[in-house]
Design a protein around this ligand. Sequence first.
Ligand code: GLP
Length: 249
Amino acid sequence: MEVVIVDRPEQVMADIIAEAVSGGASTLGLATGSSPLATYTELIRRHREEGLSFAGVNAVLLDEYVGLPPTHPESYARFIRDNFTDHIDIGEVHSPDGMAPDSKVAAEAYDALIAQVGPVDVQILGIGSNGHIGFNEPSSSLTSRTRIKTLTEKTRQDNARFFDSFDEVPMHVITQGLGTICDAKRLALVATGEGKADAIAAAVEGPLAASCPASILQWHRHATVVIDPAAASKLADAEYYKYVYAHKP
Ligand code: GLP
């Protein structure tokens, strides 16, 4: 696992995506939440100003709220269109069907679709303050597939800022499982700010454990964690990670 500590994580993230796309990547894994927003803004800029093209690339989203239609302002399908994919020349963008009459069937169908359009070349990830990735809350099976999950109170509180009230935050979601996420060829997790420092320390230097789902990155063959100094502030070996990055062969 590579840990990159920089003042502008979005530049390193955008480099990872741009290199993959220029090198023939055909499937990107996209994440929602505020963490990847600066990366998306930078990729849109490179598309507009530097000719970075996503033609021939399709995308899959990590997760979706159950009960929100793709037109709802807080649905992840809408979020990714508004903040990224409507502004570039990418192909199809797939997301779990949060309105399906049977979420279990929809989750299994989405997992099968990812296998069909995949493998994902690069999966972008954020991290929840409790260490979740996608919506895999603590105690998620480390080999889980796409399924319906119940959000923790903490995650609903964290995400309430996007809704008019806490009660409007859905309780259930469909999320790619940790096993599904690990099918991607490369994982790139971005986090900024002190609020993510504990989760990053647990993910990077804690044990591989279901209590911190993001620790699954330790198990993946090609995982990169891109963070700012505040998010890195609780890492015991931060100086070593900086040294390694500065001397990257
Ligand atoms: C949500 C998303 C995650 C995201 C997390 C952190 O729960 N399902 O994919 O990583 O929020 O969000 P933020 O980046 O806004 O802190």
